[in-house]
Design a protein around this ligand. Structure first.
Ligand code: GLN
Length: 455
């Protein structure tokens, strides 16, 4: 713990930690030592973690990297962090992220962007660690913590993992309680671990998982020992390669990464088959209707009354001015854009044309996967992202271009499936690239084992 506290202090330029908690870490580490000595050491005992700022941590600033939650210190602990702490984990601090988890480059944070510890071999330009869990990814990659929590609504665990050479899994929707995680799009949000490797992900996922009476969408399904599933034996497994993910303009380097992954799976004794997921091309637009719609509803609670920031009012201002000024000052531009899009697609005149149509697309996307699994496919292999980490500043310059970056990850959230991103080599600039494996619902153990065989 002391080593990590020092490393965090020395790595301020990465802007990964936005709030450090060394005193809490030392107290938790001492308690973990005592448990170890007493022979009562659960899996996470004494493991120093970073916690994404989206998780409510009792008495510790939890702002979702937003100005509107300035000064907010929850009086409660999220279920995920309670479970991790009960298991002996140590919290080093809160990690940078996109504001309310909206983004793919960590550029929408009120704290400024986190920075990728990797640099291209042909340029000194600072690169994004990805987003929204950019601080988590940067911190794990730079050894500022042993592992971190992330959340994934449309790829926010898997894309930053791919950009930083780390491993991340978004579990099946309902595997991990969302209670105490500041909501973005509730029907898509899931928390998961971001780690150095697949084994750590398996161990930490088990500690995070389980039914929770405080989250009615958490599933009452037994949590297996995911680590025990890591045999590395994938003989006889069937891996699907979805034709529709060979998108136009896919770079030869990404194509090669994918082909190499296919060859490794074949060498390990898996059967690789071509599959079709015909509604893939509608997933991205459907996501960028559904996620903002849910966000506009979830973010209505930030009104200057109950939490965080309240604007200075002028004489004669009433409650409407208070709401307007508070929200205009507190929310950054990307969050305001999403609230406007979401409010528009939910409005009486456009609800059927946009929101209801997007929901129908979502069902079709889910059905595509169900049919592939019914045909005997055990998991699906794709690239995690269409490129390696890009330069900071690019996302804010062109938000629609940034949305396109989520093309491989978003279908998994729409379908509620587990997806893992694991490091799988580097591009010609020496930057890490990630492969994604998509699994059957509740089969995270099998999915992690296939990932393990590629490690
Ligand atoms: N980039 C996507 C978005 O901005 C995904 C974010 C996420 O998974 N939290 O919505």
């Amino acid at each position: 713990t002391e080593t990590y506290i020092k490393a965090i202090d020395a790595a301020g330029a990465l802007n990964a930690f936005v709030h450090k908690t060394p005193e809490i870490a030392r107290a938790q580490a001492a308690a973990a030592d005592a448990r170890l000595k007493a022979g009562d050491a659960p899996d996470m005992c004494g493991i120093p973690l970073g916690i994404k700022d989206l998780f409510a941590t009792k008495g510790v600033p939890s702002q979702a990297a937003s100005g509107i939650l300035a000064g907010f210190k929850p009086e409660y602990e999220s279920t995920v962090t309670s479970q991790l702490f009960a298991d002996g984990a140590v919290m080093l601090g809160k990690l940078n992220m996109d504001e309310f988890a909206m983004g793919s480059a960590n550029e929408s944070s009120v704290y400024g962007p986190a920075v990728n510890p990797w640099r291209a071999n042909d340029s000194d330009a600072a690169l994004t660690p990805g987003g929204s869990s950019g601080g988590s990814a940067a911190a794990v990659a730079a050894d500022l913590c042993l592992a971190a929590t992330g959340t994934d609504t449309g790829g926010s665990i898997r894309q930053p993992a791919a950009f930083t050479g780390t491993t991340g899994i978004k579990p099946t929707y309902g595997r991990v309680s969302r209670w105490g995680i500041i909501a973005y799009a509730s029907s898509l949000d899931q928390a998961g671990p971001m780690t150095k490797d697949v084994r750590d992900a398996a161990i930490m996922l088990k500690a995070m998982s389980g039914v929770d009476a405080k989250d009615s969408t958490s599933a009452d399904i037994a949590v297996p020992d995911f680590e025990a599933a890591l045999t590395g034996d994938i003989r006889g497994k069937t891996i699907g390669i979805p034709r529709e993910y060979r998108i136009e303009g896919l770079s030869p380097e990404i194509q090669k990464l994918w082909d190499d992954g296919i060859a490794m799976l074949k060498d390990a004794g898996a059967k690789v088959v071509d599959i079709s997921l015909p509604h893939t091309k509608y997933a991205l637009p459907a996501y960028y209707v559904i996620a903002p719609a849910e966000a506009s509803s979830n973010l209505a609670r930030y009104d200057g009354v109950r939490f965080g920031h309240r604007a200075q009012l002028s004489a004669g201002d009433g409650i409407n001015e208070m709401y307007e000024k508070t929200r205009a000052e507190g929310f950054g531009p990307e969050v305001q854009r999403r609230i406007m899009v979401g409010t528009y697609v939910l409005s009486a005149g456009f609800y059927d044309a946009y929101y209801n149509r997007a929901r129908r697309v979502r069902t079709l996307v889910k059905r595509d996967f169900e049919m592939a699994f019914a045909d005997g496919v055990d998991a699906i292999l794709t690239p995690a992202t269409p490129s390696s980490a890009f330069a900071l500043g690019k996302e804010s310059a062109d938000p629609v271009e940034a949305y396109l970056n989520d093309v491989f990850t978003i279908t998994v959230n729409l379908a509620g499936l587990p997806g893992v991103s694991l490091p799988a080599g580097q591009d010609s600039k020496g930057l890490p690239l990630g492969l994604q494996l998509i699994g059957k619902p509740w089969e995270e153990g099998e999915l992690l084992n296939i990932a393990y065989s590629l490690e």
